[in-house]
Design a binder for this molecule. Sequence first.
Ligand code: GDP
Ligand code: MG
Length: 162
Amino acid sequence: MTPVIALVGRPNVGKSTLFNRLTRSRDALVADFPGLTRDRKYGNGMLGDKVYTVIDTGGISGDEEGIDAAMAEQSLAAIDEADIVLFMVDARAGLIAADQAIANHLRVNQKKTWLVVNKTDGLEEHSAMGDFWSLGLGDPWPIAAAHGRNVSTLIDVVLEPF
Ligand code: GDP
Ligand code: MG
């Protein structure tokens, strides 16, 4: 089975930017995935000889009503479908309450979860990691989705068991 990677996090942390980077190789095929819905976006990518599927979601704000609640539902569905969860946070915004709310959900989820700190371009790596350690989701992984910094290193590591 092709490993499935879900991108979750609050809006604007860079999920879609990472999705585009991870799926733009080859033909960026739309993944053939059971239960496909238009509210979750599926794509395939390849690193070395490993093929993977990525799911992009609208995001969870941690305090949902109306359309936000629907987006949160999509994120939870994506987590259920995934083998690997990349929980994205924003180095520039720093740790905010919404991140805490999502982390609380992810900590009780059984899926292998990686804490990915995006937008570290132009930031000193150590200070970019800031308070994110306190989320209790292990070592934060600094990346810059828009520029590709550390992205293939991260994917290489997360795909290692597959
Ligand atoms: P999403 O709502 O989580 O899907 O976030 P988007 O991918 O739409 O990105 C939100 C904003 O963050 C956009 O303006 C992106 O250009 C910007 N962004 C994404 N990745 C990076 C990055 O690595 N560095 C910087 N500086 N900006 C980024
Ligand atoms: Mg998006």
